[in-house]
Design a protein around this ligand. Structure first.
Ligand code: AMP
Ligand code: MG
Length: 417
């Protein structure tokens, strides 16, 4: 057992963590695997798109010079999407064409079938057509050589669509971090397997942390080492460290006699960057590195574990994925009443948010105990109430980290859901 040598500031801890967490190497991954990841290089158009002039409608391609209302045209060929016509159009001639069909030689407009007497060998034009009508021109979307997606862009459905139109089957991205989530504690039982014996509880942290890691975009898996046996823990952590980019444990990291995580880590060659933060909840958080692996030892109390994931692990994962700008939204909020903070540590307080005439009003979700998991289901945000001057006064601005981003779309006097 060891006592904390020195507690560091929350902001200092985040800085140290980011400083020693580089981006992951660039990887070329399939379009769908790239979803949610950040582009690592600019992507350029390989050719003009669309690649050829084509029809925006179903109808007849013709010469606009002939296209007066009442004129009768002879249909000489057809051009469905994917199969260009063999013939061009001369005076008084037309080619039956469908959306996406290649505009035949000689034609400079397409008359919609609705503006003709209908499909047939011949048709009468009911409405004059002007040059360029219903044409989609080659290169009107993107031009060969243009940067169509900038490095750093987060890949979503529109980016996937644009890359696919240019024939890209893969994209260069910062790959997803592999995360191993590991619970510690001999009291833990796997949910859904059996009833609890006296003194036991179900393991909730590894599921919660796994969900958070996946939500952040990581490729996360659980490995269970529900044990306070030093050798078992060491073996599980060694395995996690060799196969994951980020290992996240919960529990066993404080100063109790059964808190063996930190000692085991040091034995495994993990270099401690910090252990102990002036933060509530989250005092015993451990962060260390071993070669390319990053290790977060989070507290066992379920609220502490989840809050500390938000405050430390999520930013690390985002950084690794090249998404440095992708923090949770941070906004200024105020309380209606004075809020005490006599802990001498930054308090990450669970609150509800309401939009008012004065801005965002924060209200504690109630008791803030770090075992009260139900309180997290009610929280919209974490307010960061510093220990300075022992809290904040009513109406003073306080920084809040928004967990439920949809709350930001609510209006004054309306929670919206
Ligand atoms: P520890 O830091 O290991 O002393 O754990 C602090 C508290 O969190 C204890 O009440 C543990 O039983 C509880 N705890 C630890 N790990 C988990 C877990 N995976 N799921 C739910 N509760 C846990
Ligand atoms: Mg424990």
């Amino acid at each position: 057992m060891q006592l904390f040598e020195k507690l560091i500031d929350y902001h200092e801890a985040v800085r140290l963590m980011l400083e020693s967490t580089p981006r992951l190497p660039v990887a070329r991954v399939s379009l769908m695997e790239a979803r949610g990841l950040a582009l690592a290089e600019d992507v350029r158009a390989r050719f003009d798109s669309p690649p050829f002039d084509n029809s925006a409608v179903d109808g007849y391609a013709l010469r606009s010079a002939d296209a007066q209302a009442g004129r009768v045209f002879r249909v000489v060929d057809e051009a469905p999407a994917g199969r260009p016509a063999r013939k061009g159009v001369g005076e008084g001639e037309a080619v039956k064409i469908f959306t996406g069909g290649v505009i035949p030689d000689g034609a400079d407009a397409v008359a919609m079938v609705e503006n003709t007497s209908g499909w047939g060998e011949e048709f009468e034009l009911k409405k004059a057509a002007a040059p360029g009508n219903n044409l989609r021109l080659a290169g009107e979307d993107v031009r060969e050589g243009d940067v169509i997606l900038r490095s750093g862009t987060e890949i979503g459905a529109p980016e996937i669509a644009l890359a696919a139109t240019q024939g890209y089957g893969e994209l260069p991205v910062y790959r997803r971090p592999r995360v191993a989530v590991l619970s510690t504690g001999s009291e833990l039982v796997e949910p859904g397997t059996r009833a609890l014996a006296p003194g036991e509880i179900f393991d909730s942290n590894s599921f919660a942390l796994l969900a958070q890691a996946r939500e952040a975009g990581a490729d996360a898996h659980r490995t269970t080492a529900a044990s306070d046996d030093a050798a078992v823990l060491r073996a599980a952590m060694e395995e996690a460290l060799t196969c994951a980019d980020v290992v996240v444990t919960s529990g066993g990291v404080s100063v109790g006699q059964r808190d063996l995580v930190k000692g085991a880590l040091l034995e495994l060659g993990v270099e401690q960057i910090f252990w102990g933060i002036k933060l509530k909840p989250g005092k015993p958080v451990f962060f260390g590195t071993r070669e390319d692996a990053r290790f977060f030892g989070l507290p066992g109390n379920p609220v502490s574990a989840m809050v500390c994931f938000e405050l430390f692990v999520r930013p690390a994962l985002m950084r690794m994925m090249g998404r440095e700008d992708h923090h949770r939204p941070r906004i200024k909020v105020y309380f209606d009443q004075d809020v005490q903070n006599r802990f001498g540590r930054m308090h990450a307080m669970r609150v509800n948010l309401t939009r008012t005439e004065k801005g965002w009003r924060a209200e504690s979700v109630g008791a803030q105990g770090s075992g009260l998991i139900s309180s997290l289901t009610k929280a919209d945000a974490l307010t960061l109430v510093g220990p300075e001057s022992e809290g904040v006064r009513a109406g003073d601005p306080v920084e809040a980290l928004v967990l439920r981003e949809e709350v930001l779309f609510s209006r004054v006097g309306d929670r919206g859901w």
